[in-house]
Design a protein around this ligand. Structure first.
Ligand code: SF4
Length: 738
């Protein structure tokens, strides 16, 4: 039943939500809120205990509940936070309590399905036996004790300002989050810039930074080229370094649809995974030998003339060098290194080459090697040789990990770029200063001399920023303060050194819905100087998030922030007030203010998420985050039923709430979506279709300045084959989802 999607008489989402609310209010309206329930159950227990003792004249007649007291039931549309597939969820809220959840039947992405991880999402919103961090805490004499928000703000900001005065702004490192929504991630980068450092990063460094670099060096931008849905159009899928059945379960539903239509599925992995169990062909390779295997495939393909000669001629540089290099990887040589029998290698090459369009899927199994970058490029080369890039059913389907790791990478806290991959050049800074409505000179003054245009440290190296001798690091002072904001260190290696670095810091601040591993590590290794601040989850605020396929979805707030938690945007703003850059944070200057304040938890002010997205829209021309206005995204969420489940394109439809015509829009307006919302850029379908066959020109690369970036387009004019990766394998395959 959950997998059934209505195909006729499209009903709009509000109607469907209304239906769900009505049916639930029938069921739940007769129930009572949690507080009343507890009160009454206490009374009932007491009554039960003494009932046998009561005289009959004291027992009253039962009465129906007063209609006005019936519970208020609302349905809020949100998006699962447990992986990058982007499954939509209708959350049922009764009198402010999240009581139930349903996968959205009309969602073109999840088609009414959930996986076990998504099914547990309501747990973030329960208060009973919750593991949430409930109030601010401070480590004192080796014990965490409760403190007030005011005390936390006062003490932390005094300490930060003192460190800045003594050691400069680069003595602080802020780890942002791949679970922040786009607006929060963007505000995080802005917050750090206004403080005056580029020492910021997030989880993408650990998972797909190798992909971003490898793919960007091949055809311009590093992101998934097609969509989960488009995999329904493939004739063959090669999963190499992905255990999607566990890490991205609902995505596999699209592949299973393709299989029903005859598509082949090949899984390459050292382990026989749950994904391998669904494969037509399972190939066990030695861990880390992806490049020899991929080059072996290419060799067989070239030997048999199965490559797409016209495509290579028209669009690809450097394939001749590749041809020479892969000639060394005979089936026999591949067997020696990768352990794959020659017959199986030939069979896989033929299946993949002769069932086109064919697609390749990878995740951490490729990227978390020391040579992940080279592996990624080898995968890209395979797809270029077969003419599979720019084709529906083909592509490089690179499954990201966290629900918004794509968006946080696009517009969030990166040490080497500003939002939208604008490099750290003066032109880019001037561009963003204009967008932020902040004086460029003022920002420059916040930075230590010469540091504004230098990349900051990465999250995987902050430990060295603390422990390394000062002459060994490229900034004035070593790191003295860390803020872990929605990130835990257990995805990183070098745990022992990390503990040593944690011991040495003057200040550690953890801002998170949960007391993460950071809190535990600090609690074990330090006596004081650690603060834990409770942040709200993504289900307690609103904003947009970008799925792996670049579709952007808008989450409604499901419930108010639980316990004493506050939204990340509120915490950023309140710190900005204490640290002296609140006006710059909101873009308030010369009678203008970019981001208005709205009332959040306890009537306190917080930056509005819609205005924040509008500011992102204003500045992110590089990758086309300009046309996805809050209004358009919300209209998509209300009208999911009008989008085709294979192409993601709207087949007509008008949003009843606003009159907006959805006709021709692609679901979630996956970037690039150029111009402004009024221009109604329809979005090129999942970056797969080149605009014309006569396209040819210079190779593109990741933008390094606003001006060069503006000239870029989604589809590179001619694809540059990457330098042939030859490095030996080094670390074991891992298919964990980050
Ligand atoms: S596939 Fe991912 S997004 Fe969908 S329900 Fe499962 S964890 Fe959530």
């Amino acid at each position: 039943m959950l997998l059934t999607r209505r195909t006729t008489s499209a009903t709009s989402a509000p109607q469907a939500a209304g239906r769900l609310a009505r049916s639930l209010s029938g069921a739940l309206g007769k129930t009572i809120d949690r507080r009343t329930f507890l009160k009454r159950s206490g009374v009932t227990l007491g009554a039960g205990a003494v009932a046998t003792q009561l005289p009959y004249n004291m027992i009253g007649k039962a009465q129906a509940q007063d209609k006005d007291a019936a519970a208020k039931v609302e349905v809020k549309r949100t998006v699962c936070t447990h992986c990058s597939v982007g499954c939509a969820i209708d959350a049922v809220v009764q009198n402010g309590v999240w009581v139930r959840q349903e996968p959205v039947f009309d969602s073109p992405i999840n088609l009414g399905a959930h996986c076990a991880k998504g099914a547990s999402i309501r747990e973030h919103g329960i208060t009973h036996d919750s593991h949430r961090l409930k109030y601010p805490m401070k480590l004192e004499n080796g014990k965490y004790r409760k403190i007030s928000w005011d005390q936390a703000y006062d003490e932390i900001s005094k300490k930060l300002l003192a460190i800045k005065k003594e050691s400069g702004p680069d003595a602080l490192f802020v780890v942002g989050s791949s679970k922040h929504n786009n607006e929060q991630a963007y505000l995080m980068r802005k917050w750090v810039s206004l403080w005056g450092t580029n020492n910021t990063d997030h989880q993408a460094r650990i998972c797909h930074s190798t992909t971003v670099a490898g793919v960007a060096n091949t055809w311009g931008y590093g992101a998934m080229t097609n969509s989960y849905n488009d995999m329904q159009n493939t004739k063959c899928a090669l999963y190499i370094g992905s255990n999607a059945a566990e890490a991205h379960p609902v995505s596999v539903m699209h592949m299973l649809h393709a299989k029903e239509n005859g598509a082949k599925m090949i899984v390459v992995d050292p382990r026989f995974t749950r994904t391998a169990a669904k494969a037509d062909e399972y190939v066990r390779i030695r861990s880390g030998t992806d490049i020899p295997f991929l080059f072996g495939l290419l060799n067989v393909i070239f030997q048999n003339g199965w490559e797409d000669k016209k495509y290579i001629n028209d669009r690809v540089y450097g394939m001749d060098a590749v041809r020479k290099e892969v000639a060394k990887w005979t089936p026999e040589e591949v067997e020696k290194v990768a352990g794959v029998p020659p017959e199986q290698l030939k069979k896989v090459a033929e299946t993949f080459a002769r069932n086109r369009p064919s697609t390749i899927v990878w995740c951490m199994g490729q990227t978390q090697h020391t040579i992940g970058n080279a592996m990624v490029r080898a995968s890209c080369i395979l797809q270029l040789a077969l003419g599979n890039i720019g084709v529906s059913g083909g592509g490089a389907n690179i499954f990201r990990g966290h629900d918004n790791v794509q968006g946080a990478t696009d517009v969030g806290p990166n040490p080497d770029s500003l939002p939208g991959y604008y490099g750290l050049l003066p032109g880019s800074w001037k561009h963003w200063a204009r967008v932020w409505n902040v004086d460029y000179d003022w920002i420059e003054k916040q930075y230590a001399k010469g540091m504004m245009t230098k990349p900051g440290m990465t999250v995987s190296r902050w430990v060295d920023g603390v422990l390394e001798k000062n002459e060994g690091i490229d900034q004035d002072a070593n790191l003295r303060a860390m803020i872990y904001w929605g990130h835990a260190p257990n995805s990183q290696s070098r745990g022992l050194e990390m503990v040593e670095a944690m011991k040495k810091l003057d200040l550690m601040v953890v801002i998170d819905p949960y007391p993460s591993a950071t809190a535990a590590m600090c609690g074990m290794s330090r006596k004081d100087g650690v603060y834990l601040l409770p942040a709200a989850t993504q289900l307690e605020t609103q904003g947009s998030c970008t799925a792996s396929n670049r579709s952007i979805q808008w989450r409604e707030k499901v419930i108010d922030p639980l316990f004493e938690s506050r939204t990340d945007q509120m915490i950023m703003y309140q710190f900005a007030q204490k640290l002296g850059f609140a006006d710059q944070f909101l873009g308030k200057k010369d009678g203008k203010q970019n981001i208005k304040l709205v009332k959040g938890k306890g009537g306190m002010d917080e930056p509005e998420m819609e205005d924040t997205l509008r500011e992102i829209n204003k500045g992110t021309w590089t990758i086309g985050y300009t046309g996805q206005s809050p209004e358009r995204l919300k209209a998509h969420m209300r009208n999911m039923h009008v989008f085709d489940v294979k192409t993601l394109r709207a087949k007509g439809g008008v949003d009843k709430a606003t009159g907006y015509s959805l006709d021709g829009d692609y679901f979630g307006l996956p970037w690039p979506c150029y111009g402004d919302a009024k221009l109604k850029h329809p979005v090129r379908p999942t970056c797969t279709t080149p605009p014309s066959t006569s396209w040819r020109g210079a190779a593109t690369s990741a933008p390094t300045s606003a001006s060069s970036a503006r000239a870029s387009r989604c589809w590179p004019k001619t694809v540059r084959t990457p330098r042939v990766p030859t490095s030996p394998p080094a670390t074991p395959n891992s298919t964990m989802c980050c």
